[in-house]
Design a protein around this ligand. Sequence first.
Ligand code: PMP
Length: 282
Amino acid sequence: MMRYAYVNGQYCRHGDATIHVEDRGFQFADAVYEVWSVRNGVLLDADGHFQRLSRSLGELRIPMPRSRAALMRVIKELLRRNRVRDGLVYLQVSRGQAKRDHAFPRHPIEPTIVLTCKRLDFTAADARAEDGIAVITVPDQRWARCDIKTVNLLPNVLAKQAAHEAGATEAWLVDGAGHVTEGSSTNAWIVTKAGKLITRQADNGILHGITRSRILQCAQTLGFDVEQRSFTPQEAIDAREAFLTSATSFVTPVVSIDNHPIANGKPGSLALALRQAYLSEA
Ligand code: PMP
């Protein structure tokens, strides 16, 4: 089956989709992105991801390249052409193409816009949630504005690779103060022995996950006790449960951290209840 991408106003064959060598996203990671999960042809948490997209662009002073309605039309058409009902949509907007120079171009340029989508096997994600996953911890080597969803992902790439080489699925990043910030592509949560849900406060040290906010709402609806604060890897190892959240993995229980089992080494009941609550509303 032919795959399609969308680049600067054109639908093209995925294999032929290109951007200019002097695109500032390619040269400087001067670009932001968003990822939506698609289930039964519907974008999950569409509003939240669009709002974060405008915030990320605003923080970097890149103009919003299309209205939300226009973007939605492109997304729908791309999903249709690629016959994706369950999967993800990826959107990247860079400042645009200009002669290579670190400072912003003096004259306004058109942002570059790229959209792709792909099918995802959510049954594999369900299986991962049933078994739980292993996590390692690594130093957080990122910059001070992790709240902006930029394509500047090299430290995240290296952390994820370290996790895979250690036989784990995700790496939790630990800041200079010895606290977990988040995962390389997920937000991090624990449940204390007293049954309190803990996730880091939404400061500049983490991406403000859209799934994270939805899970905070689900937790409130279910009457769970929640505190938004930092925690250490040791606190996570001693916790009753640990889990992570993201648009494509929803809620995934963590059953070991740095090879230490969490509680009995099985997925925790709060994590599974939150996963179910999130998916039943999705
Ligand atoms: N943290 C990081 C570093 C991420 O890249 C992501 C998204 N992939 C998340 C957290 C989760 O955010 P969301 O729930 O919006 O997918």
